[in-house]
Design a protein around this ligand. Sequence first.
Ligand SMILES: [Ca+2]
Ligand SMILES: [Ca+2]
Ligand SMILES: [Fe+2]
Ligand SMILES: [Fe+2]
Length: 561
Amino acid sequence: MKKVLSLFLTAAMLSGICLFFVTASADENTVRFALGTDIHIENTKAEIQNDYPESELYFHASGSGNLYDQAASLTKEFLNRSAQEGAEFILIAGDLTRNGNEEQHRYVASLLSDFENETGIQVYLVPGNHDYYASKPDEFRDYYAEFGYSQALECDEATASYTADLPGNYRLIAVDSNDPGEDGDGFDSSLLSWIEKQAETAQKDGREILYMMHHPLLEHLYLGKILMKDFMLRDSKAVAEKFSQWGIHYVFSGHEHGNDVTSFTGENGKVVYDVLTTSLSSYPLEYRMVCVNPDGADIEMRKIEECDLDNLVDGYTDAQKSLLSSDYEEFARGLFKYSTEKKILKYTSPDFIKGKLRLNGGPLADTVDNLFNTITEALTMPLYDNGNGVSMEKLAKSKKVALPQSDYISLIDLATSMVATHYYGNENMKSGENPECEILIKGLNTGLEYVLTKTGRSGLNTLLEIIGMQVNTDELSPLFTAVSLGKENSYKIAERVLYPLLDNFAVDSGLPDRDVFLPAQSESSNETTTAPSGFLNKAIEFIKRIFNMILNLLPGGLSIR
Ligand SMILES: [Ca+2]
Ligand SMILES: [Ca+2]
Ligand SMILES: [Fe+2]
Ligand SMILES: [Fe+2]
């Protein structure tokens, strides 16, 4: 019955969309705008860096894999294309700069100012965490006065938050979500009541709210709460519940550098959408075009597929230029993957761990060397047998486990590809249909066996000591024996715990992330969000604790966005 009902509703909604296309042009309550975010402009370098000479194409990899030196070109391209497509205004959801210093802010402000002067199209923006690395809210409001602050109906004194009237009957609530606390960024009580007041006022004035902030309101990266706690807005659920009561329906965010659309349904049945958009200057080099009218919001992805080769800084080689001109997206994807790989391998390098543990020689240092060199070896080992030497496939085969065939070359290549796919959006690497999850789980299990067999009980002891687990290894003996002997049931255990976790990462469980129609608020809504089961929550909590212990060892965590 439910299925029939939802089919009927879908049909009704679709016919609504068709009607919208027929009648929309005459509707003055239709607005069209472009949203780009996390542009991360760094205008200070005359030449690209060379930190990884061993890579032919990506020796300049750094941080989150952004094309920092091309960010200004990409931003100009984004603005010009949006103007050509009829955007009535532009939204930028923060992280305008890489380092947040005055020079970068002034450069971005003059670039945006040139665009406004040439086209008459208004830009509205908010600060991201990077913009405060070397600046304060009052300085930010000063640098960017033309881009929302001088048009503001109201400003919040303590932060760089404001409201402004948009064309049609829309109102922008633009919020400065940078307030780092123990559990990520978020709002203090005075900013929260300011937002409530603005939402109330908008309703009194008969204005539909478009809400923008840097940090995502909802969870987008399923493993995010395990791996990257500072991606989440703190008290996310409670804030989302408030937003649903206050009539905030459309939220636009950035920060996480990925494409994802997720919804939350409050206790009153009202839906809040959080539309997360990828970084403009990182793979997949995209922004969004949005058309909102009283029926809903029509959202489409736009890609910048051509590189401005004439304005490249010095240092690019012919090989790089050739890929930049033949397949810009592939160049950006490679840089993203390589940067992610370097970040992961940095955290698993013996020198890094010894530095964190302040170890200078001694037996423990030797075990750390042995353990982490072996972990690195397992992550970068060839997946498939090329005739000589060791491979995951060969190791797995010796335990009677068959590794599915694929084009991936190592576990780290597979893992970074899965991350890239997740950030692209509409991820759908279903286990059973696609080999990714199966290879990853079988490969990780084989890798762990390899590590424990090579490093023995002292390796296991060291690992437990490093993650701060006070366990007598005898208690873990059955697990240790199962894993180190490659008993079949160690694969079964890994599959049972990891498959559901990975599936949530590998398969999008909600609304489409890229092109999507988000209906306006209706009185009774049948939106649902997929919540993990009780068992899954417990498994997540367990793994989260282990990761948090590791994160405590690595101040700042894995995230540097
Ligand atoms: Ca997704
Ligand atoms: Ca989604
Ligand atoms: Fe960012
Ligand atoms: Fe950010």
